[in-house]
Design a protein around this ligand. Structure first.
Ligand code: UD1
Ligand code: PEP
Length: 427
């Protein structure tokens, strides 16, 4: 198992490229199931989760080919083609390892009229139910049966009728599944209180490029008029706003000055607002987003919320930054009940954080110290890297496979801006 060794104290300066967004890519890949024609995705990040999803799609008879990228390049181009589906079951083994596997449910239903997908169960950051995915599909005329840990979804007469559904809480995954089931429905689907994250907009834009009819893209009331068939497309995955926000925190905690090429400031509103409130200068640059610091970091208060609110996927990284701010910050995690697992590890590095339920109180400290720490989930891992970059001495982050799910060649990107980081194999 790989680990990363960080020698803290270097100011991060220079340029680093931002990859395609994992959370967008994982919703775009299953769109290959919706057509027999070829789908080409550009700017796909090289991540363990993308490889896992490719493997899952191969199980349904989707052919996948990677082209046009040298090993030293970031990103890849993948062409996927589902000429004929050879299966409609997503097994427990794959869904357990990669929660986004649940996103094959909607497109399999749309294309084949049926799907059997393992229930994903809980995970480190909390309970991750799929009841809203199923309720939305039921409202669209799909029959749902549960047996032996699997969901079996069946569309009457082989096709999804379509229908109206109001989400009681905003769900990114359920909105994505409902969208992908609705595009090939025989009727119209109206989704109220739908998620409107930029990754949802990216999914809608790809579906439209494939011939789907979707109104109100980027709004909470989506209207999808089903079409009889979709065609192939070539599409570029949006930039990863969470990766960019993470490197922004990394640069800021070191008092650095970096430009993140390819980052899109328009999609980073709440993160940019939080960083600016904390005293970080964030500006649009000709080729991306520039982040620098020329004064002390300040404490802030914030709550995570669905877009356009502050993303839960940025909470851990921002907390690491606030550990070095002047004053006391209060964070409130509203999306996942157990997303503070980085707190005990940050505390081992000298951070002063108290948690009560979903609230974390972060007392800024003048110095963090390097330590051996354990990554527990993807963003928690990144928060430890960020703290390590500013800490005195060496920080060793174990269980790097979490980071590899979501950060494309992290150590190479950090080295580009002057960090002293080393990846070493086997523990
Ligand atoms: C709204 C939100 O911030 N969603 C985040 C969530 O997406 P992800 O799609 O994983 O989760 P959802 O958006 O579906 O979950 C939002 C909330 O709804 C609840 N829920 C969800 C589905 C369901 O069927 N029933 C139900 O009760 C969840 O427990 C959670 O409290 O995690 C991803 C990975 O960290 C993030 O990229 C997303 O930004
Ligand atoms: C938790 C995350 O991803 P996933 O939903 O794939 O677990 C994340 O992107 O922060």
């Amino acid at each position: 198992m790989d680990k990363i060794i960080i020698t803290g104290g270097e100011r991060l300066c220079g340029k680093l490229p931002i990859s395609g967004a994992k959370n967008a890519a994982l919703a775009l890949l299953p769109c290959a199931l919706l057509t027999e024609e070829a789908l080409t995705l550009r700017n796909l990040p090289r991540l363990a989760d993308i490889d896992g999803f490719q493997h899952l799609l191969n199980q349904f008879g989707v052919s996948t080919a990677i082209a046009g990228s040298r090993p030293e390049d970031f990103g890849r181009v993948m062409t996927l083609q589902a000429t004929r589906l050879t299966g409609t079951t997503a097994p427990y083994e794959l869904v357990r390892k990669m929660r986004a596997s649940i996103l094959v449910l909607g497109p399999l239903l749309g294309r084949a009229g049926e799907a059997t997908v393992s229930l994903p169960g809980g995970c480190a950051i909390g309970n991750r139910p799929i009841d809203l995915h199923l309720k939305a599909l039921e409202a669209m005329g799909v029959r749902i049966e549960m047996a032996a840990g699997y969901v079996r979804a069946i569309a009457p007469d082989g096709g999804v009728p379509g229908g109206d559904f109001t989400f009681p809480v905003v769900s990114v995954g359920a909105t994505e599944n409902a969208l992908m089931a609705a595009v090939l429905a025989s009727g119209t689907t109206r989704l109220e209180n739908a998620a409107r994250e930029p990754e949802i907009v990216d999914l809608c834009n790809l579906l439209v490029a494939m011939g789907a009819q979707i109104e109100n893209i980027g709004e909470p009331d989506l209207v999808i008029h089903g079409v009889p068939r979709l065609h192939g497309a070539t599409y570029r995955v949006m930039a990863d706003r969470i990766e960019a926000g993470s490197y922004a925190c990394a640069a800021a905690i070191t008092g650095g000055d970096i430009t993140m090429t390819g980052a899109n400031i328009a999609q980073m509103g709440a993160t940019v607002h939080a960083l600016r409130s904390a005293g970080v200068i964030v500006e649009e640059a000709a080729d991306g987003v520039q982040v620098r610091v020329d004064g002390p970091l300040k404490a802030i208060n914030l709550s995570t919320a669905p877009y356009p609110g502050f993303a839960t996927d940025m909470q851990a990284q921002l907390m690491a930054l606030l550990c070095r701010a002047e004053g006391t910050s209060v964070l409130h995690e509203t999306i996942f009940e157990n997303r503070y697992m980085h707190v005990p590890e940050l505390s081992r590095m000298g951070a002063q954080i108290e948690t009560t339920g979903r609230t974390a109180v972060v007392h800024g400290v003048p110095m963090l110290t390097g330590a051996e720490v354990m990554a527990t989930d993807l963003r928690a891992s990144m928060s430890l890297v960020i703290a390590g970059l500013a800490a005195k001495g060496q920080t060793i982050v174990h269980r790097l496979y979490h980071l590899d799910r979501g950060y494309e060649r992290l150590e190479e990107k950090l080295a580009l801006v002057g960090a002293r980081v080393e990846r070493v194999g086997s523990e």
